[in-house]
Design a protein around this ligand. Structure first.
Ligand code: TYD
Ligand code: MG
Length: 453
């Protein structure tokens, strides 16, 4: 291997610098810079050889019929993708190792193979036997599902052009290497180069490609962030080992809405779709316990009911503890200050623990009112009136502000059998009374406390 020109790259986001830096100016990650070979002229020649000999065209003359979408029949994934896989698109699926990326994608390929489509699963991580065994567990055994164990990019591209599958999965992009570059598989340079060529290939041939990318906190391989700007769609797998549920969240989507989520449950026969996430996240909710509030939170275009739990108890420490899981802790501090100042609830000498049940994260202002309701209920040790949901943003003077999508949230609450909804008294959105749901409009935290119990 010839030692060529080198440069320093951030392992987290791919930022390039001519010298080593302690902190990345782009993503603020510490100690993430590594020196890498940048290939020199050979590498560039290899890349340009794949470029198309295109001529400039008048925008008027470009033919652009709506590209066909391939529905996977995995509804939760189709929704996140915006209605199915767009032909010739590149989708990055990121997530922690062991979260279920390979399992989901093998299931998706099986569903596609069942529709008589040719699909290819390329693995650089597992042997064909291991893939077969996993496939047996999750019911993936179709003839049209081809498996290739290969890590050399040039060979993968060759097989892709020979087989011409409709959809291909590269698991994972960090194991693939191009012999043009001298650096090791998983380095920023290799990940960018191999993904770049695969994406270009997808655009040229109309094959849709899923790239799997492991998220790594430390270690020597580049994270999927490096690729986010190159692909059409970015999906991240969330969930933790303590819970069976997995969420696929769309972070970027050139062909549909982003921020949409798909909910799955990990079973022993693979990932099962959770068609009714509200019921799933509320399944173990205690009846009439103080400190529990239910909030309809928008996840993409879909409202999901989640339970916010608070435990407020007098502290024995000089500096009371504040722990929040699933909600933004600075938002919680702000709401604690408002409760203290406006409602006279002196929480400053209390430990406060907040948790969103099920381990899901909710980050929109609409959950403010739910956090306040849960904290007030725990502080006063009074359960919230049964069958009540709350939502709304809280301002610094204790006013309750309107939020988006009020109608969708009230509909979901009524669908799930709730009977009361406490919501902002804003005139901007007219909400027809959903069946069986009493609407209690509040304009301030004082009014909220009157309606809660
Ligand atoms: P995997 O898809 O290999 O994760 P990734 O590709 O993201 O690294 O998932 C592995 C985990 O999923 C492993 O801990 C076992 C679990 N699992 C099940 O619980 N049920 C199953 O049917 C399968 C195939 C995996
Ligand atoms: Mg895997």
């Amino acid at each position: 291997m010839k030692k060529g020109k080198t440069s320093f790259f951030c392992r987290n986001c791919g930022y390039e610098s001519p010298k080593w830096l302690g902190k990345c100016p782009a993503c603020n990650e510490w100690n993430a810079f590594i020196e890498e070979d940048i290939g020199g002229p050979e590498g560039d020649a290899g890349f340009s050889a794949l470029q198309l000999n295109e001529k400039p065209l008048s925008i008027d003359a470009i033919e652009a019929d709506e590209r066909e979408r391939i529905t996977t029949n995995v509804m939760e994934l189709d929704r996140v993708l915006g209605g199915g896989i767009v032909q010739g698109s590149a989708v990055l699926v990121g997530g922690d190792p062991g979260i279920g990326k390979s399992t989901l994608l093998l299931q998706v390929l099986q569903k596609l193979a069942e529709q008589d489509r040719n699909v290819l699963y390329v693995s650089g991580e597992e042997s064909a036997r291991q893939i077969k065994l996993r496939g047996r567990r999750i019911g993936a055994g179709s003839k049209n599902l081809m498996v290739l164990v290969e890590t050399a990019l040039e060979n993968i591209l060759q097989h892709l052009s020979d087989l011409k599958p409709e959809v291909a999965v590269i698991d994972s992009v960090q194991t693939v290497y191009s012999s043009i570059l001298g650096s090791a598989p998983g380095s920023v340079g290799q990940v960018r180069e191999t993904a770049g060529k695969l994406i270009l290939f997808a655009k040229k041939t109309g094959i849709s490609i899923f790239l799997v990318g492991h998220v790594t906190k430390d270690g020597a391989i580049a994270g999927p962030k490096v690729l986010e700007h190159m692909v059409d769609t970015v999906l991240y797998f969330e969930g933790d080992s303590g819970h069976a549920y997995r969420i696929v969240r769309g972070i970027k989507n050139r062909f549909g809405p982003s921020n949409e989520i798909g909910v799955f449950e990990m079973r022993d026969c693979g990932l099962a779709e959770v068609a009714n996430p509200s019921a799933f996240f509320l399944s173990d909710r205690p009846d009439s316990a103080s400190g529990s509030a239910v909030v309809p939170s928008m996840e993409g275009t879909r409202p999901i009911l989640v339970e916010i739990q608070a435990l407020v108890s007098p502290s024995t420490l000089g500096m009371p503890r504040r722990t929040s899981i699933g909600v933004d802790s600075s938002r919680v501090s702000l709401l604690v200050a408002v409760l203290d100042r406006i409602c006279g609830m002196h929480l400053s000498s209390h430990d406060i623990f907040l948790n969103v049940a099920g381990g899901i994260r909710v980050d929109e202002p609409a959950v403010d009112l739910g956090i306040v309701a849960a904290m007030a209920s725990s502080f006063l040790n009074r359960p919230i009136y049964p069958g009540t949901v709350v939502f709304g943003e809280v301002g610094l003077t204790g006013e309750v502000r309107g939020i988006a999508q009020m109608l969708l949230r009230t509909r979901e609450a009524s669908r799930m059998g709730f009977t009361r909804c406490i919501l902002p008294r804003t005139l901007s959105q007219e909400i027809p009374d959903p069946e069986g749901l009493e609407l209690c409009r509040v304009g301030s935290l004082g009014e909220l406390l009157e309606q809660l119990f």
